[in-house]
Design a protein around this ligand. Structure first.
Ligand code: FMN
Length: 361
């Protein structure tokens, strides 16, 4: 399915080498101000890194608003947004159409959709599909701002290089530090090492994975729906729709399985007359509902599958072993570009839950 959400509903459309990619966003109330410049700024953050670290496919990603916004306000109808695909090179993919790339979606997609399906550039399995998510996420952030909810994402690790980022850091400082380097990491010495690592794996014709952390501050205590629409469920559903995401954890996450209850429980205290949590192992969610601490989600991003090193595959026509050197232009590390995408999906999840719970409008 290409749509998700109950009240704030997002549909993505297009494909890697189709004329355009984008999103249809439903549920934004009529007259709500929509900052088109903020949507473009979010898209600019998703674009490829510089020549040393990024893919050589360069798309301008100029936002076009087709409908649903007039004079900076939502009309109440569905908002349709797209960007053109201008730098597609489908011939790169003609050569490998019968030899599926290991680690990409080529093989199961061919079995499912047939040999004639348009899978150039990854088709609907391409990272290009996240353009629509980022645009929708910027609208979601705009909806959350008036109720005091802010979302920020950053690169937490690349390979073995892990950033140290204080849990109390102001979001403005986090953003400023993150935007000071190409990898989107708010710990400058570690960012430097991440950049060098990415450049090195690229030189070796290989790729590297990592993690993205997204924090959300200001969630009303109790927000989230019980059981199937818990905050964790909705965020995880959206996160696993993002290509290359292989894991999600909240707060202490998998480390919780190695902790005792007395270590893991977040004690309550009264701070400035309000109930607060002294630690945040739960990642801001208890029983699927916001507990008043920051929502802290971390996403595992796999190493890019399309690498320059020769790999074993099969020829699906001859049914014989084959070797493949993947052509085309690829990111040696998806983490930096996944930062705005995963920030967007958390904003989308929270905007939908805020609407369903009656916290917005
Ligand atoms: C922003 C972004 C950029 C991506 N760029 C590439 C790329 O350049 N090359 C590649 O092989 N995969 C890239 N991917 C990942 C693939 O689309 C993904 O691995 C593939 O569709 C298989 O899906 P899966 O990894 O979720 O199983 C990118 C993903 C994202 C989110």
């Amino acid at each position: 399915m290409m749509s998700l959400g109950r009240r704030f509903r997002v549909t993505v459309f297009g494909a890697s080498h189709a004329p355009e990619v984008g999103a249809v966003v439903e549920g934004v109330p009529a007259q709500f101000p929509v900052d088109v410049a903020a949507i473009q700024a979010a898209l600019d953050r998703r674009r490829p890194l510089g020549r040393r670290l990024g893919t050589q496919r360069h798309e301008a990603d100029r936002l076009v608003v087709d409908s649903g916004i007039d004079g900076g306000r939502a009309t109440g109808a569905a908002i349709r947004l797209h960007v053109a695909n201008t730098d597609a090179r489908s011939r790169d993919y003609q050569r490998i159409r019968d030899t599926p790339r290991p680690g990409h979606a080529d093989y199961p997609a061919r079995v499912r959709y047939g040999a004639d399906a348009d899978l150039a550039g990854g088709g609907i399995f391409s990272g290009r599909m996240t353009v629509g998510l980022v645009a929708a996420g910027a609208i979601a952030s705009g909806l959350l701002a008036p109720i005091g909810v802010e979302v920020v994402g950053f690169a937490r690790s690349v390979g073995g290089e892990t950033a140290t980022v204080s849990p109390d850091m102001a979001f403005s400082a986090l953003r400023e530090l993150r935007d000071g380097n190409e990898v989107g990491c708010p710990d400058p010495p570690v960012a430097d090492r991440m950049e060098r690592l990415i450049a090195e794996v690229r030189r070796q014709g290989d790729s590297v994975g990592g993690t993205v952390e997204v924090r959300a501050r200001g969630l009303p205590v109790g927000m989230g729906e019980p059981f199937f629409d818990s905050i964790e469920s909705v965020v995880a559903h959206l996160a696993f729709s993002v290509p290359a995401v292989k894991g999600v954890e909240f707060g202490a996450g998998f480390a919780a399985s190695r902790m005792s209850g007395s270590e893991h429980n977040d004690p309550y205290e009264i701070r400035e007359g309000r109930v607060a949590l002294a630690s945040n192992h739960a990642g801001g969610v208890l029983g699927g509902l916001a507990d008043g601490a920051d929502l802290v989600a971390r996403f595992a991003v796999k190493p890019t599958s399309s690498i320059a090193k020769e790999q074993a595959t099969v020829d699906l026509v001859r049914m014989k072993p084959a070797r493949i050197v993947v052509p085309g232009r690829h990111d040696p590390c998806i983490v930096p570009r996944a930062v705005p995408v995963l920030e967007a999906i958390v904003a989308i999840a929270l905007a939908d839950l805020a609407m369903v719970g009656g916290y917005l409008g």
